[in-house]
Design a protein around this ligand. Structure first.
Ligand code: SF4
Length: 305
């Protein structure tokens, strides 16, 4: 069990069960609030062997070092962070991926999660990771031919990846929602339920240099699908794409960098993986960069446009 002091109260979290308890009878003074974002995501490497058109990960060659990542995680852990999500690029292609997960789980109290396209999962890798991963996410953008067109990989290979991830830890399915995948949400949610996924995370497509963000038609189709959804798998949606969808925010006192921050594969701290504003993490550590980034973001927000 780990606790975090926030404007919303005392937040208790169990990384093994995923249970969150908020004691909101307590309203701690600002001076006592945990300084770290509640969650961080870390792009371990920009390397990926797929070429999804909607990919927003930077394409220059960059990867983080194991010791660097561990130092930051320990700092964040001590300041009240609850979990880290490793991504990329494709995090399983980082040469020290297993070691990073093992040490993160063993040397911090953080919940360790990662997101993968699933095509490099093997039973050996899963055996090595067991006990060090608290939740995993696998990307399923459509079924059958749609998946193959979107991701350029055989669908049967994805199904093998899903089977392996189900053997590793509780897991969720991520879906980039766009014109091609929105008609397949029923099939994807059925697959999620059959595979034993505990969450279906909807990621409405964001604009990149190659694609536009979801249009109004897709957005409306998504809203209609969510309203009529009766499946058993819990739905979640990315903050960036939640417009018009029924969402709840149980921790309204923690927004922006208080709730989440991203570290890219070049060691730059950002408000999200899409954000163009960042603070390089130097020798002073990640909390110092967080302070710097928070000041920059506040100055921008206060500047009249
Ligand atoms: S699998 Fe993920 S990281 Fe790789 S190209 Fe596709 S979206 Fe980008």
């Amino acid at each position: 069990m780990k606790s975090r002091i926030s404007p919303n109260g005392l937040h208790i979290f169990d990384r093994h069960s995923g249970l969150n308890v908020l004691l909101d009878e307590l309203r701690p003074e600002k001076e006592a609030w945990s300084l770290s974002p509640r969650q961080v995501s870390i792009a371990l490497t920009n390397v990926c062997d797929l070429q999804c058109v909607y990919c927003y990960a930077p394409k220059h060659k960059a990867a983080l070092h194991l010791e660097q990542v561990l130092t930051w995680l320990k700092e964040l852990d001590a300041e009240g962070c609850l979990g880290v999500g490793f991504g990329g690029g494709e995090p399983t292609l980082h040469p020290d991926f297993v070691e990073i997960c093992k040490r993160a789980a063993g040397e911090t109290q953080l919940a360790v999660t990662f997101t993968t396209h699933g095509h490099h999962l093997t039973s050996q890798l899963v055996e090595c990771l067991k006990g060090s991963i608290h939740f995993a996410r696998i990307s399923v953008d459509g079924v059958g031919q749609t998946y193959e067109e979107q991701r350029g990989k055989p669908f049967f290979s994805l199904l093998q990846g899903i089977e392996l991830i189900a053997d590793l830890s509780p897991f969720g399915i991520n879906v980039v929602v766009n014109e091609q995948t929105v008609p397949e949400l029923d099939a994807i949610s059925e697959l999620a339920e059959k595979a034993g996924a505990s969450e279906l995370l909807l990621l409405p497509q964001q604009a990149t240099s190659s694609v536009a963000s979801v249009n109004e038609v897709v957005n409306q189709d998504l809203q209609n699908w969510v309203s009529s959804y009766r499946g058993k798998v819990r739905l979640a949606v990315s903050e960036a794409g939640a417009l018009g969808l029924p969402t709840c925010d149980p921790l309204p006192g923690e927004r922006g960098l208080k709730s989440y921050a991203h570290i890219d594969a070049s060691g730059v701290l950002r408000a999200s993986s899409y954000s163009h504003i960042g603070a390089k993490i130097g020798d002073a550590g990640v909390m110092s960069s967080l302070k710097q980034l928070t000041n920059t973001v506040e100055i921008i927000q206060d500047t009249p446009s």
